[in-house]
Design a protein around this ligand. Sequence first.
Ligand SMILES: *Cc1c(COP(=O)(O)O)cnc(C)c1O
Length: 803
Amino acid sequence: MDLSKRKFKEDFKKMLTEVYSMDISESESTEQFFTLGNLLRSYSSKNWSRTNQQYIEKQKKQAYYFSMEFLLGRMLKSNLLNLGILDTVRNGLQDFGIDLEQLITIEPDPGLGNGGLGRLAACFIDSMATSEIPAHGNGIRFKYGLFKQKFVNGYQVELPENWLQNGNVWETRKMHAAVTVRFYGKVWLEQNAAGVLEPHYSDTQDVLAVPYDSAVIGYDNSTVNTLRLWSAEIPPKDDITDYWSYIHQRNQIESISEVLYPDDSNYEGRLLRLKQEYFFVSAGIQSILRHYKKMHLHMNHLAEKVAIHINDTHPALCVPELMRLLLDEEHMDWDHAWNVTVNVMSYTNHTIMSEALEKWPIDMIRSLLPRIDQIICEIDRRFTMKMSTLFESALVERTRIVEGGNVKMAHLAIIGSHSVNGVAQLHTTILKEKVLHDFFLIYPSKFNNKTNGIAQRRWLMLANEPLRDLIQRKIGNEWETTPTELNMLKAFRDDKDTLHELAQIKQLNKERFAEYIKQTMNLEINTDAIFDVQIKRLHAYKRQLLNLLHILSLYFKIKDDPQADIQPRVFIFGAKAAPSYTYAKQIIKLINSVADLINQDRELENKLKIVFVENYGVSLAEKIIPAADVSEQISLASKEASGTSNMKLMLNGAITLATLDGANVEIRDRVGDQNIMIFGLRENEVYQYYRDGSYHSRNYYERNPVLHRILDALIDGTIPGAEAEGHSIFDSLVQYGDEYFVLRDFDSYAAVQERIDHLYRDTLKWQRMALINIAGAGIFSSDYTVQQYASQIWDVSSKVHPL
Ligand SMILES: *Cc1c(COP(=O)(O)O)cnc(C)c1O
């Protein structure tokens, strides 16, 4: 938008007076932040209503991205950037003596997601608005986001994250758009006068779903889409007979949108979770149909105007819920309703980990959602009947929805969708050949790949302004909207000046991060060291342990020979563990104990440090990633569906140290073997081990003296404070089979780490690799990802043509 500094300053002063009756000298950061937030809302409001109007007037097909999680991060700077007024506002505020960088810290970081899946949803809505795709987010307005993590004696402690405490400046409560969601009760079918079966309900518990909308502002365009998050409330009543039972009931209802489940890649079959899933699904679909009806089209044409995307199985109840509304409210017959439903729905699979595959006891669904239960059983009945005529009965049994007393949510999503996609090429191949092979036989054409992506705006333009400036000086700014233009940087791969500038920027970012660590953790780190970064949820399959075992090997190397020629390293970890995931919490404690041991050792000063930041989340990621030299992407091959921190780090010039897993494979294809550090088992080798059962981790302990010593350190008192954890982790690796092949991959990992140690000494060579990574990161922009969803899955329009 056009905005002069003078106009901004006027607007800012006026808004501060209007909202707070203050002038600038009296105001504090909080008032200034809310004033600026309100001002941005007013700047984008016209485009927001105009975008909506246009969607209606042109009867545009719209897509709705249903996701349990949207891990947005702070929005102030992102909104300023997308409106094109970041510098104007920064300068204007400066005139008032207000520092924008300080102001942004007032905004809480809304942690409405666990990790990659939620962050993907956030990058997607930004990219959809930027690509002018008529698509919106639909989710839950959790009162408490993901817990706040603290370390006490090295142990993770969880505290509530009350992000709404001071209000959320970006949202608008839309009372007129509230809908009712029904739980429990009895349902039966009765013929009406016209002879049609109609459902009747009694004794239901009704919940009022109230939407809170936030503007999703496109970058450098006039599109403003909507993120709609639902809040659960007790419906208004005018006859409260028992006050205390009313309060009790209110609390019970409000608990539905109270907290995000803190599990990542793990399934917990809890009733409240099922309520949450149905709550936002039902509210979202009811609101979509209400909107559709304004166009006065027959429900048979719904799929021409509406696409609904199911992000992982959490919103899989979209399938029976749309069926319910079409059958019961719109009086369609089953076959037409089913046809419409399948054409509307599409589904993304995010994991092959069996512990993450949702299955709900059918009894639980029957009691909580009696009508949905009937519909699911009917879908299942028709599916098995039809498929029994086409396929062997064993295959039908394996693919049916209701089996062994459980409803398999992935099966429901696949059967009820016209498209099923994986999130990286390798992942999609594994789905087709292994995990979902049965379904691939039934529905080969449903399967497709959409490799994940990241928004280059947040992860480069905002997080790393010095790098953005350098890129702009070298190749202009077309890459901002056509990210593959970053390729042009390759022309500078042998330009010493550019490579030196890159090195300087990395150094600057490392110093900034070091200063932050000094302030927040009172820890000094050597900025000449390699900053070796592993930031992601703590999960056994991601193998933070492999990283830690290698750190211990360096520790012993230096202790044995203080003169050992080792490049100094700072190992940076950021990771939350699910509160109920005992093993992951033990690993956190062990890392913290090793950190204490190493960081306090004078002999290791400036050679080895471990920084385990507390409360890893989007805001911390934005600080760490620009400072990273090495990106640890070391999951056991086949286990990480895609990964996205790998893309963010690459875009910021870190060198990827990786197994051939998830999108690492595509990163390797992009930059070439010389510019990435690959190690470890391949996916087919892992499956071979599974087939022949020939992995015996104890042999590695017994036959590899380096490993032997490191593993003994876990149990012989070398690491003070983590005796119990050390024993338990030792046992998992040596006694209980080492499920994720940590010991098997150790030598290969250590060898490639040693190569990094040598490569890093040659700054130009290192920066040349960094530059090739930055230049190659363009295709991993989520702009391209959503453009492919738009054209290949949703069939909705978009501005830019896909790759
Ligand atoms: C990108 C991101 C993730 C995903 O990281 P992976 O390493 O791909 O699992 C998780 N959390 C946050 C805060 C992120 O920004």
